[in-house]
Design a protein around this ligand. Structure first.
Ligand SMILES: Cc1ncc(COP(=O)(O)O)c(C=O)c1O
Length: 406
């Protein structure tokens, strides 16, 4: 290690998070590269049999095989762990890989899992269509009804799971209050922090046991690759690591490199997404065609006091419903826009728009969609980093289609 790097390593833990997001990660190799290297190799060699045995049998820390460890992936984990304030981090091939691995590692047949109704459609599909087959009991609860969680926790439960804000209804779970309830009742509490990222919300500091990410979203920030992560105390992440190594839902080195670069600009991007989303949400709320805007940055949000306590800003995602609107109206709006990308992804510098009832949540039963508050007249926008004036003009194109068709 160069003398300069040694000096930096000694002081990096005392630097601000903005700086750590750029400077924590991989040690520089003897090639003296400036940007982090990508280790595109499936396995690693050893100088002799004893060193190899030490790595395999005693976990000496030397890399073995890319399904098990890779320096670029480890660098991403180190950087994200610092930002989330986590003791340990494990990376996965996708956000769903992180959710699957967490449930596989911590639950067994007969366990009860409590889940917020406000979760990503595939998360609900995973538990309802697959984990149920292996004997998990799933109970769905409103993200905002703490009394219901308290009653549910009065019977033994293994794991409680939520996303906050919820997708796409932007309801907020009180992380601290639910953490306290879970701790009292000996239940593991897992929070998907994908919408906020550690820049805007820190679930572990509020008492959660594990944090999950779909890195595919804001951690990348430009819609390029899939990935996920699980973070928390080392003894809680270790079983997840063990499942990933056997189950093979590993993050690739290339994707880890993209996320390392994404983390370098996360702070500045999350603040900019939040500012632009607030401006667009404020404009949407004034439009005659709009029934209701769901955005965590608006003063009118019914959980404003909790938002101010728990989050640094509203983030980039908002949803709105059309006054007296139908599915056809929502589709007409979407079909008449052209700047916003018609796609289900979010967390991109490019603004995306979708109709949740027939896309992200389209494979759910109608009864589940109703339970989740996903109406046919609801549109979700994940605000990117384009000019808000241009986004407003695109929404005007969408609204003008409604006028023509009414
Ligand atoms: C909140 C949330 N969690 C998890 C996922 C799943 O992530 P991935 O698509 O990376 O598997 C998504 C995907 O949209 C999401 O929005």
């Amino acid at each position: 290690m160069m003398e300069r790097d040694r000096r930096l390593a000694e002081l990096v833990s005392g630097l601000s998070e903005e700086t750590q997001a750029i400077r924590v990660g991989l040690d520089r190799t003897p090639e003296r590269e400036h940007s982090e290297p990508i280790f595109t190799t499936s396995s690693f060699v050893f100088p002799d049999a004893a060193t190899m045995a030490d790595a395999f049998v005693n976990n000496s820390g030397l890399s073995i095989y890319a399904r098990v460890d890779n320096p670029t992936v480890d660098g991403f984990c180190k950087r994200l762990a610092v930002l989330e304030g986590a003791e340990a981090c494990e990376a996965t091939a996708s956000g769903m890989g992180a959710i699957l691995s967490t449930l596989m590692a911590h639950c067994e047949a007969g366990d009860r899992v409590l889940m917020s109704t406000g979760v990503f459609g595939a998360t609900l599909n995973l538990v309802k269509n697959f984990f149920i087959k292996y004997g998990l009991e799933i109970e769905l609860l409103s993200p905002t009804d703490l009394g219901a969680w308290e009653r549910a926790l009065s019977r033994p439960a293994k794991l409680a799971y939520c996303e906050t804000p919820s997708n796409p209804t932007i309801e907020i779970v009180d992380i601290q209050a639910l953490s306290d309830l879970c701790r009292t009742n000996n239940c593991l509490f897992v929070v998907d922090n994908c919408f906020m990222t550690p820049v805007l919300q820190k679930p572990l500091a509020l008492g959660a046991d594990l944090v999950i990410h779909s890195a595919t979203k804001y951690l990348d920030g430009q819609g390029r690759v899939l990935g996920g992560a699980v973070l928390g105390r080392a003894d809680l992440v270790e079983p997840v690591t063990s499942f990933i190594r056997s189950g093979g839902v590993t993050m690739s080195a290339f994707n880890a490199w993209v996320f390392l670069k994404g983390l370098e600009t996360l702070d500045i991007r999350m603040k900019a997404h939040s500012e632009k989303a607030l401006e667009l949400a404020t404009w949407l709320a004034q439009q005659p065609q709009v029934e209701r805007v769901n955005y965590a940055g608006l003063d009118s949000h019914p959980q404003k006091a909790l938002i101010d306590r728990q989050m640094q800003a509203g983030g980039g995602v908002l949803s709105f419903t059309l006054k007296d609107g139908t599915r056809e109206d929502a589709w007409s709006f979407l079909n008449s826009t052209c700047l916003m990308s018609l796609t289900a992804n979010l967390g991109d510098v490019k603004t995306t728009v979708c109709h949740p009832a027939t896309s992200t949540h389209g494979r759910l039963d109608e009864s589940d969609r109703q339970l989740m508050g996903i109406a046919e007249n609801m549109i979700r926008i994940a605000v990117g980093l384009e000019s808000v004036d241009d986004l407003i003009q695109d929404c005007e194109r969408g609204f003008s289609a409604l006028i023509r068709s009414s």
